[in-house]
Design a protein around this ligand. Sequence first.
Ligand code: ADP
Length: 261
Amino acid sequence: MFDNQLNGPGTPVVSLSAARKAYGSGDSRVTALDGVSLDFPAGTFTAIMGPSGSGKSTLLQCAAGLDRVDAGEIRLAGADPSKMSETALTKLRRERIGFIFQSFNLLPSLTARQNVELPLKLAGQRPDPTEVERVLASVNLSGRADHLPTELSGGQQQRVAIARALVTKPQVLFADEPTGALDTKTSRDVLALLRRIVAENGQTIIMVTHDPVAASYAGRVVFLADGRIVDQIVHPTVEVVANRMAHLEPDEAPAPEVAPC
Ligand code: ADP
């Protein structure tokens, strides 16, 4: 069994220490995180994988300070979310953290540029047009800044969402199945963009995915099963990740028996 403690070099931007989280009570009690210790060093790109129900979303939610653990400790951008007020936590999330979702979550009545400006406005800042332009250009959307989300392709919408996540210069980006709604080619463009963000900006990305191709863009893949870390792969390839996942899926078909010669 894996020792359930994964630490890499460098200062962690996010860390979980013996994190536990359960839902429900009595017979319906489900342990979603069962003592997870995991560091996310600055400037790294980690994919979280595991079968459905293994605790990936719970890990992401707790690490991002959107939900609280029952026991153990979370460190997020130098702070302990469990000891912060909702107001302080909201401020931390607005200023230090970015989120990218499968469904983009853009505001339909706002243009690409206005969507990107929104986090700054919510934080009470006046958007610097040059900076907004720079962020839009970094995701290759300069020519689409004045379009509404409905006038953009799925890949363009996700790039707006990434620009919106980047505009506050967050230390860490949490991505939940960011390519789940995109076709293969567009997915690869978005994943290459995420990898570039880590390499060029030194930002940290934590991405939940079920797709071995998406995971292969990360620097490492951490595998969960039943709320525990069961393995990690550094410098993952699609084949190795797919093979590891195949052995974690609960409904995996039994290996065919080899007939004796
Ligand atoms: P994954 O993202 O890997 O599919 P989740 O973190 O969503 O896993 O869920 C882990 C376990 O916790 C599952 O058994 C799930 O049913 C349970 N769970 C998650 N959220 C809730 C909730 N809000 N209420 C009750 N059970 C939950």
